[in-house]
Design a protein around this ligand. Structure first.
Ligand code: AQP
Length: 341
């Protein structure tokens, strides 16, 4: 049997679990825009609000605000709702419907090995929600309900992508079909893991209790400059070679952030700043970050003044998405043996 041919289609999502960070921007959204503009794939981008309530239930108005703000972040960064399908997960019900099937395909042992589950449930797994445990099966459904062939993500999501491939392969094997593609992760660039500004060994995260650890996409120029000035570093000057950043995670992080914002290699940053002290380098980095991020945060603020327009874009996105997801769910139900009216 020849391999089925799948339309090259990119899917990726971000949780509306709080303000967008520079990590989300450099590790995800900036690359989403590049893939959209390359025109080699259809692109589907998603606010995954169903995922955003897995860690804890949040006040409803806050979730609505975060979802709209995330949508504003996508748009302000260059996602074009005409070129890409831009959606909010819960407005396309086939995601959750396919997730149920995948809950029955995935094995408890697979899910229990997920490091994000272990990290987020911590020592209190008994008190964690079932949704947090099942999170990767819903993520697999998010991707496969579009027959997504490529998923741009940060390094932290690699294991979930492997699980997505395992779920697709088991479904195909158990039902003797070649229905779901074996999705390829796309983990590229210098910013696949932007680190915490106060601890270069930890990921920059929107839910970290300390605001000093991250740059938010809504931070103003003063806040960005202050956070970079106060970022943890060491007393040594910048080296001339990448190897000189070994065992210097905080220094490496600032160099990588500079490189990603300037769209040059980390070595090019070192060539330019060889021997500089961090006092000077941080000033240059703050200027660059403000130059790149200020137009995005200004556009986000403008978009947030018109929430009805954001809602209209998401409603239209859901309609376009369902032209893809409804037939794929129907075919899945046929394969599994569920009666349809
Ligand atoms: N620090 C990061 N560096 C590079 N990429 C990152 N991503 C997140 N943080 C970094 C990428 O952003 C996408 C969306 O992530 P998410 O919001 O769905 O969940 P997350 O990875 O758990 O992000 P956060 O900020 O840490 O959220 P919370 O604090 O709510 O858990 C993914 O592609 C991710 O790789």
């Amino acid at each position: 049997m020849s391999d089925p041919v799948f339309t090259p289609r990119v899917f990726s999502g971000i949780q509306p679990s709080g303000g967008l960070t520079l990590g989300n921007y450099l590790g995800a959204i900036k690359r989403f825009v590049e893939m959209q503009d390359a025109g080699t794939h259809e692109t589907v981008y998603c606010m995954v609000d169903l995922h955003a309530i897995t860690a804890k239930l949040v006040p409803p108005a806050e979730l609505v605000h975060n979802t709209r703000e995330l949508c504003a972040g996508f748009l302000a960064s260059g996602i074009d709702p005409e070129k890409s399908i831009l959606i909010n997960q819960s407005q396309v019900p086939e995601h959750a419907q396919l997730a149920w099937i995948f809950n029955c395909v995935a094995r408890m042992g697979w899910m229990g090995r997920m490091t994000q589950w272990k990290d987020k449930s911590g020592k209190n797994a008994e008190a964690s929600s079932l949704g947090l445990f099942a999170y990767p099966a819903l993520m697999a459904a998010d991707i496969l309900i579009y027959h997504g062939t490529h998923v741009p993500v940060g390094e932290d999501q690699k294991q979930h992508l492997e699980l997505t491939r395992d779920i697709a392969a088991k479904f195909n094997h158990d039902y003797g079909v070649e229905f779901f593609p074996i999705t390829e992760p796309v983990i590229e660039g210098v910013a696949t893991r932007v680190m915490n500004l106060q601890d270069g060994t930890k990921k920059m995260s929107k839910s970290d209790p300390s605001d000093k650890t991250r740059i938010n996409m809504t931070d103003d120029a003063d806040a960005i400059a202050k956070k970079i000035r106060k970022a943890k570093t060491d007393p040594d000057p910048l080296p001339g070679e990448i190897a000189g950043l070994d065992a210097r995670p905080d220094a490496r992080n600032l160099v990588n952030i500079y490189a990603a914002l300037a769209e040059v290699s980390p070595q090019a940053v070192l060539d330019q700043h060889d021997g500089a002290l961090f006092g000077h380098f941080k000033l240059a980095l703050a200027d660059l970050a403000v130059e790149k991020l200020a137009p995005i945060s200004a556009e986000m603020a403008r978009l947030m003044d018109d929430p009805a327009e954001i809602d209209r874009i998401l409603t239209r996105g859901a309609e376009r998405a369902r032209e893809i997801t409804v037939p794929i769910l129907e075919r899945t139900y046929d394969i599994v043996g569920m009666l349809r009216s």
